[in-house]
Design a protein around this ligand. Structure first.
Ligand SMILES: Nc1ncnc2c1ncn2[C@@H]1O[C@H](COP(=O)(O)OP(=O)(O)O)[C@@H](O)[C@H]1O
Ligand SMILES: O=C(CO)[C@@H](O)[C@@H](O)COP(=O)(O)O
Length: 556
């Protein structure tokens, strides 16, 4: 039989990419990236004078369709694979990236009369302007002794569905009324391809407080938030929640025409980028922490029991791989911090030197920073440039750099920023380990492990654990393609379970990063210092970061 193929489409923060995968062994035959034409909308609405407030991050739903229109035909063309041999397609997305739609499923921002209303647009995962609502959700849930709270590390994040929905109700009640449904963007794109509105158990579980046995929180809880939210889950969040790997439907003739595929192929229910990466890197059993390392890091882990872990993003039964508890934690900014420094903090001479040497600024700084030993810069940083997702779960926390002198060099600051993110990951590893969810080894995927060797060695040294690296450059997309193959099923040339698909299709590289004992010893000392700063600024002893933000908001 001719080999069969599946396509995985990975929707990142700034771009979407499609990968065409051979189902016999996971070979990535072709890939193509489409940058989102409108990128992240965080200052002004498109074609409008409307300026956005601080902490907003929106997207244009049309950009997601553009990825299907450009990247899918591009991989078909590059691979010369016969469309008849493509049996399934899966997607993965950033989350919670959500949007309000009308009864026909049309995004409200597409309506001319609503396009100047910021709340009609897609709220990207890193939209952090619903922190007030998140704080209240946590306060009320705690007062009421809601049993869901421990499943989310004790706090519901402002990045998630309920806080974002409530912000819309608070600030744009008319738009809330006009909304027929709030959808995760991943479910909306699947709806565009199939005509079926199906909610996936992964985003519902991790981002919308849905539980396999208990469903959503009670009406009473929502009523306690705001009486207008009492019926939220039966109305604007209604819809069947189905497990990962389920076939959401078949590709419609219209979309097949746009994408250069055959109508009728299996489309898997939506998934989250980090979660799709777990089978993508071949992890289908407990003890191996998968780090999807890009603009942010998501830390994914399988376990056999539901444990309480401070500040984890969530534990969801079957949330990653059926049969296991799926744990998620994360850091809201990692690559984004390095990008900030490269764009905003580096002197002109660094940019000139990098250009002269034919490398980018990251590469130049990495090379220079590699000449330092751990501790030699005298610097230490807190990695909260975009708040803290785990373990403090507080988007109002901000960045900190300590130890600068008149002799401090840009590469030293760059190194301190790399180290700060490794310390943030160590906090997460320790939180799991201390609460009985074992972490034996780390598996890294995403853009960063391909780009920065120093960063990966620092992570091995700081966590004192070996790190395996995914062989795929597009691990979430590979995982999404696996789910596409499962949606198609073995009878069509796909697979019946994600475990089988991962065993056949995933690979890690032979070379790994191993901790260097001398470095581990110094980083242990630095980590103790990091922990003191972490608790001092993050656990209420000195709320200077919040006070500065409050002053900024009143004077802006
Ligand atoms: N050489 C480098 N070292 C460290 N970070 C880098 C380097 N090059 C790019 N980055 C960062 O990588 C991030 C993008 O990661 P990537 O995995 O490609 O994207 P995404 O998270 O959107 O999927 C950006 O935040 C960028 O600052
Ligand atoms: O929050 C999640 C997953 O739960 C991610 O979608 C979010 O951190 C964005 O990931 P990227 O940094 O774009 O890889």
């Amino acid at each position: 039989m001719a080999p069969k193929y599946a396509i995985g489409v990975d929707y990142g923060t700034e771009s979407g990419r499609a990968v065409l995968v051979d189902l016999t062994d996971g070979t990535e035959v072709a890939d193509h990236v489409t940058p989102y034409p409108h990128n992240v909308i965080d200052e002004q609405l498109p074609d409008s004078n409307v300026k956005l407030e601080f902490d907003w991050a929106l997207q244009h739903p049309g950009d997601y369709i553009e990825v299907l229109k450009q990247s899918v035909p591009a991989v078909m063309k590059a691979s010369r694979v016969d469309p008849a041999d493509v049996i399934g397609l899966g997607i993965d997305f950033t989350a919670c990236t959500m949007l309000p739609v009308d009864a026909a499923g049309t995004p409200l921002c597409f309506k001319p009369e609503l396009k100047d209303q910021p709340h009609s647009w897609v709220k990207l995962w890193k939209h952090h302007a619903a922190q007030d609502e998140a704080n209240l959700i946590n306060e009320i849930a705690e007062q009421r002794g809601e049993t869901f709270l421990p499943r989310y590390g004790g706090k519901i994040s402002s990045e998630w569905m309920i806080a974002k929905v409530w912000q819309i109700l608070d600030e744009a009640p008319e738009l809330y009324e006009q909304t027929d449904m709030f959808l995760e963007a991943t479910d909306w794109v699947v709806f565009q391809m199939t005509g079926n509105k199906v909610r996936n158990s992964c985003t519902a579980g991790y981002k919308a407080i849905w539980h396999k046995q208990d469903g959503y929180p009670s009406r009473e809880f929502f009523k306690a938030l705001n009486p207008q939210l009492e019926n939220l889950t039966e109305t604007k969040l209604r819809g069947e929640v189905v497990p990962l790997g389920t076939k959401a439907g078949e590709l419609t003739p219209e979309m097949a025409g746009l994408m250069g595929l055959k109508p009728g192929i299996a489309i898997a229910v939506g998934n989250v980028d980090a979660h799709a990466a777990v089978p993508g890197v071949g992890v289908v059993s407990p003890g191996k922490l998968v780090m999807a390392m890009g603009t942010s890091i998501c830390h994914m882990l399988l376990g056999t029991e539901e444990k309480r872990v401070e500040g984890m993003c969530g534990v969801v039964e079957d949330g990653i791989i059926p049969g296991y508890m799926g744990y998620e934690a994360g850091q809201s900014a990692v690559g984004d911090i390095f990008a900030w420094y490269v764009e905003q903090g580096v002197p002109a001479y660094v940019k000139e030197a990098a250009e002269k040497e034919g490398v980018n600024v990251h590469e130049w700084l990495e090379a220079k920073a590699s000449d330092y030993q751990p501790g030699e810069t005298g610097l230490l940083a807190l990695d909260w440039w975009n708040g803290n997702r785990s373990v403090l779960v507080d988007t109002d926390l901000t960045g900190l750099l300590i130890g600068c002198t008149l002799l401090t060099k840009p590469e030293e600051i760059y190194r301190a920023l790399l180290e700060s993110t490794a310390f943030g990951t160590r906090k997460i590893v320790d939180a799991f380990q201390d609460n009985g969810v074992e972490v034996h080894e780390l598996c890294a995927c995403g853009g960063l492990p391909q780009k920065n060797r120093l960063l990966m060695q620092i992570y091995a040294d700081v966590t004192n654990r070996e790190i395996k690296i995914a062989d795929s450059k597009q691990t979430p997309a590979l995982g999404a393609a696996m789910f596409g193959a499962v949606a198609a099923g073995a009878a069509q040339g796909g697979y019946d379970t994600i475990v089988e698909a991962a065993q056949k299709m995933a690979r890690v590289r032979k070379d790994t990063y191993k901790p260097i004992p001398e470095n581990v010893a110094v980083y242990e000392l630095l980590y103790q210092e990091y922990s003191k700063l972490h608790d001092y600024f993050g656990r209420g002893e000195n709320n200077v970061m919040k006070r500065l933000k409050a002053i900024k908001e009143t004077t802006a």
